[in-house]
Structure formats: C-alpha cells, structure tokens
Design a protein around this ligand. Structure first.
Ligand SMILES: O=C([C@H](O)CO)[C@H](O)[C@H](O)COP(=O)(O)O
Length: 432
C-alpha cells in the first residue's frame, strides 16, 4: 500500500489540525483533489492522541496512513502504538539516537509497518540521511520545519544532495506549494509532503488538485524567483494588518492612527521623520529623500496643527512614495482623498504650521506608540497601521500568511453553516 512508483510522485497531505472531525473532512476533500497519502500531523496526534489514527483508518481503510509521531525515544513502544492504531508508516526523528532508530526499525518489522526518518533539525542532514538508511529506515523526509520556514529555511537544496546519496525513497516537506512541489519532483523527490497549502486552503480540493497537476507535469510549471524584498511585499499584499498583528502576538499596531482613505492599502519601507508641532519642513523634505515604494512616517504629535496636506501628498506621486503615516494631524483632506495616495493620521484639521526646519529625517522615532526605524516595513489598511521591524520582515510576513490561510479555511467552514466557536471547539480549548 505504501509503495512508491518513481514515475508517479506521491502527495502526502499533512493534516496539521487539532480536531479529528475537521481532519477527516479535510482529508476527504484533499483525496478528491488527488492527494495519495494521509498524514496524521504531529499537532493532531498531540491534540487527539493515537485515537485519531484509528479514526483515520476507519474512515479511509484503503489509504496509506502516516503517523507523524516524530519519535525521539522509546522507539519500539511508540512504533507499536502507531502500528496498532492502524498506521502504515511511522515517523521517527532522524536526529534521535541510533538506538532509538534501530528499535523503531525492529518494531516496524515485527508489526508490518514502515519507518520514515524526518531530517528536521539534523546537524548534518546529508550525512545523517546515509546513516539512517544504513540503520534500516524505509523513507527519508528532508524537512524544513514550520518555524524554520518562517525564517527562510527551505528543504530543496538539502534534498538535492540527499537524493544523490541514498537509495531509499526521499520525501520533502516544508511549506511546499504547487511551484515548489514541481521543483522538488524535478530534483528527484518521490514524495511531497504538503500541509498548510492544502489543509488551510478555503478550497482544499482545488489546492490538492493544483499540486497533483504540478507533480504530474512539473515541467509545465512556471518557476519565478523574486528578490527577498519583492517576496516580502508580495506576501504582505495578500494579508491584512489584523493577520500581521496576530503573527506579531499583538505587537506592532500603531495606536490612534487611522486611514484617511478608506479602502486603500499601503505597503512600504519607512523613511522616518521627527518633527515638532507647527513645523512642516522636515516632513516635506523627506519626500525628496524617499525612494519608490517607501512610506513616510512622521511623528508630529499635534492634533491641531498639520505637518502635511494636499501639496505634499501630490509631490509624493512624482516620487512613487507608497503612502504617509502621521502621528498627528493632516489637512486638505478633500484634496488628499482626490489624489488617492494612502494617508494615515490621527485626525484632520485646517491648520498648518510653518517650514522652520527643526527635527530629523531617518532617525529612530516613535509613531503611534511604536518604535519605527528607517527601512522597517509599514503596512496600512482600513484596520490601521502596523510596523514590522526590518530584521523580522520575512518571518512576520510568512507567519501572517499562515494566519491568513488558517482564517480562509475557518471562513469556509462557517460559510457551510457552523459558528466560529463550533469550528474552533472553543469550549474544549478554554484554559483549564
Ligand atoms: O511536520 C510538519 C511540521 O513539523 C508540523 O507538524 C508539517 O506537517 C510539515 O512541515 C508539512 O507542513 P507544511 O510545512 O505546512 O507544508
């Protein structure tokens, strides 16, 4: 049942959820889209125990089921648990001690299951893949863990080395989508393990189908490479400031700063301005310092005298500035709205100050009670404005995307008639 045909890559869908019922429903939808193997993900096993394997086995008697137990010790006991619950393949950490791997393999032989060794966090994954093959494992999974992916680790380059060194089937996992699955198959992957990009999709069947098409015809998939900055901006385009706030554990949101341009989204890198009540010179000079795609972030601190208005806003268009954030007031709001540049501010008033020239451009400032440094990523939408420190921009963008995907699936389940607390089983997960 768990054979691998070198000409037909296997899609293993990782059911990284918390509830058995949702996992079974999502498994059904992913099989309809062409997924092959069903993995009880580690969070699912931790949440529901081995019973989830039994329920998956009952629901899908003919399918290959993987218990992603990530065994680190007591190999024989845990493999026995997985096998008796109905798994075909049990996952052991490749970084576990050799004694654990050997015991897992011995128990697997006794109970008629296979062992997949997961290389997540292995010190020297290529060398370890050869060692665990010698210890008798049946499959190797080259895996960039979810937290690692968020910081930019990907498993493809390691997998390219591993496939040259081992003779057993090689799986790859770690944030794979239709494009990276195609790349992995071209590079020699026998099994692609896909979690979030299937199970958190609002249309699980369509997402599984897209992966099926890409692994079956990988040469047809167009592979584009983006710079890190473009990648960050592309991801940020697709998420909301609420998603980002969740990803940052509620840090990063500016206080008392609101969109003056309903429906306009803004993404850019900060040019910071420290200025003072009644002085608009530095705010306006910052336009000349800004590059295309920058956001001018101004601390002015007055609700009554604006450092910014219509003429400054129009000047921004000539420089390709992505938007403006003001801790303080803006004026000429009718002109600002006509011009259409995203502007976020505390309020709007008629008064402007004078161009005196106090203050500084591109020093660290505090805006909306958040520290902003030049180059930090600033995102604004109708919810408000968040600042993402530049050092964590990629990670936060990726985490926000995971939040967005999770919500897409929740929306879909609510559309089907459930309430949010039913879908999330809120009562069960209240703090005990
Ligand atoms: O094994 C996994 C992870 O450690 C959480 O248990 C995932 O199933 C694996 O990474 C695949 O999921 P995605 O990375 O979301 O595709």
């Amino acid at each position: 049942m768990s054979k691998v045909d070198p000409n037909k890559p296997i899609i293993q869908v990782a059911l990284d959820l918390l509830e058995t019922d949702r996992a079974i429903q999502i498994a059904k939808e992913s099989l309809e889209g062409g997924a092959d193997w069903l993995e009880a993900g580690t969070p699912l096993i931790k949440s529901e125990g081995m019973d989830v394997i039994r329920k998956l086995r009952d629901a899908f008697p003919e399918k290959t089921i993987i218990a992603d137990m990530k065994i680190t010790d007591t190999g024989a006991m845990e493999v026995e648990m997985g096998a008796k619950a109905g798994a075909d393949i049990v996952v052991v950490l490749a970084s576990a001690d050799d004694s654990t791997i050997l015991e897992s393999v011995r128990a697997a032989r006794k109970y008629g299951v296979k062992i997949m060794a997961d290389l997540i966090s292995a010190n020297d994954p290529v060398a370890r893949s050869m060692e665990v093959e010698k210890l008798g494992v049946d499959y190797i999974n080259v895996h960039a863990g979810i937290d690692q992916q968020m910081e930019g680790l990907d498993s493809l380059s390691i997998m390219k080395e591993v496939v040259k060194k081992v003779n057993i089937p090689v799986a790859i996992a770690g944030g794979l989508d239709a494009v990276s699955c195609a790349e992995a198959v071209i590079a020699g992957a026998d099994i692609v393990v896909v979690g979030g990009n299937i199970v958190r999709s609002s249309n699980v069947t369509a997402s599984a189908r897209a992966i099926r098409e890409s692994v079956d015809s990988p040469a047809k998939v167009q592979i584009t490479r983006l710079s890190r900055d473009d990648e960050i901006r592309t991801i940020l385009e697709s998420v909301s400031t609420s998603n980002i706030s969740d990803a940052m554990h509620r840090k990063g949101a500016m206080q008392d700063i609101f969109s003056m341009m309903e429906g306009k989204k803004m993404i850019g890198t900060a040019v910071t301005v420290q200025t003072f009540k009644g002085d608009w010179a530095k705010a306006v000079e910052a336009i000349d310092e800004a590059k295309e795609g920058d956001v001018i972030v101004i601390y002015n601190g007055s609700r009554h005298v604006a450092p910014w208005g219509g003429l400054a806003t129009l000047s921004c268009l000539n420089k390709g500035v992505a938007g403006v954030v003001i801790d303080g007031a803006v004026r000429d709001i009718d002109e600002v709205r006509k011009i259409g540049l995203p502007v976020f501010a505390t309020c709007h008033v008629p008064n402007a100050g004078e161009p005196k020239g106090f203050g500084e451009i591109n020093s660290e400032i505090v805006c909306g009670n958040q520290t902003v440094n030049p180059g930090d990523y600033i995102v604004g939408d109708d919810n408000g404005v968040v600042v993402i420190p530049k050092e964590r921009a990629y990670e936060i963008a990726r985490r926000a995307k995971e939040v967005e995907k999770t919500e897409q699936r929740l929306f879909e389940e609510i559309r089907r008639g459930a309430t949010l607390s039913e879908v999330m089983k809120l009562k069960k997960w209240e703090k005990h």
